[in-house]
Design a protein around this ligand. Sequence first.
Ligand SMILES: CC(C)(COP(=O)(O)OP(=O)(O)OC[C@H]1O[C@@H](n2cnc3c(N)ncnc32)[C@H](O)[C@@H]1OP(=O)(O)O)[C@@H](O)C(=O)NCCC(=O)NCCS
Length: 206
Amino acid sequence: MKELIIIGAGGHGKVVADIAKKNGYKIISFLDDSVQKQLESYSIVGTTDDIDMIHKKDNEVDFFIAIGNNVVREQVFKKFQEKEITFPVLIHPSAIVDETVKIGRGTVVMANAVINVGTTIGKNCIINTGSTVDHDCILEDYVHVSPGVHVAGTVHLGKRTWLGIGSSIINNINICDDVIVGAGTTVINHIDSSGKYVGMPLRRIN
Ligand SMILES: CC(C)(COP(=O)(O)OP(=O)(O)OC[C@H]1O[C@@H](n2cnc3c(N)ncnc32)[C@H](O)[C@@H]1OP(=O)(O)O)[C@@H](O)C(=O)NCCC(=O)NCCS
């Protein structure tokens, strides 16, 4: 019986749980560091401190880090990446992913996302609902492509970069590590310094 423990019992975690069910996981529960959190349809069975213990007790259980914040998601993953824990790739059945696409462990591809030929997606990325990533892109680890984002062909996104909802990146653009692109923003030039960028023309807000 396929069993998954999702780390992070927020809204993102609930969407991940739905995708996990559609990927054949029959038993799904959560870990969360906030003691107040409750979920209607799932049990919260502990905190991130319990990952080791659960894994040792039953190494058939898979884990998935469903934390929206790219920096925190990386921190949690790095604590456990050396252990033989399975962090699966979860892909919603409605997503269209070309057979040549490479996807690193712990990445989720949500409903109606499209990833085109020749693209490589790193570990622990979020390709969110209805977003498109076109041909020959490279998305480094811990990137978040929010709902409704369009990334054109041959774009490079650095580690932990977050593209806000509905933003667009034209083709052949490089965006470095640790960039936040604001909701609805269109990027037409390379970004080579980390920070938050919004508007047209693009401006850095901090
Ligand atoms: C970019 C963002 C992170 C900035 O947040 P922030 O640091 O709190 O910034 P503020 O709200 O203080 O805004 C600072 C300035 O940037 C402007 N600004 C912020 N976001 C903007 C956007 N998306 N487009 C245009 N201008 C924007 C504000 O109007 C403000 O301008 P001013 O200084 O001239 O008044 C946020 O606005 C955003 O777009 N988040 C994306 C959320 C998202 O995609 N969620 C989906 C999750 S799945």
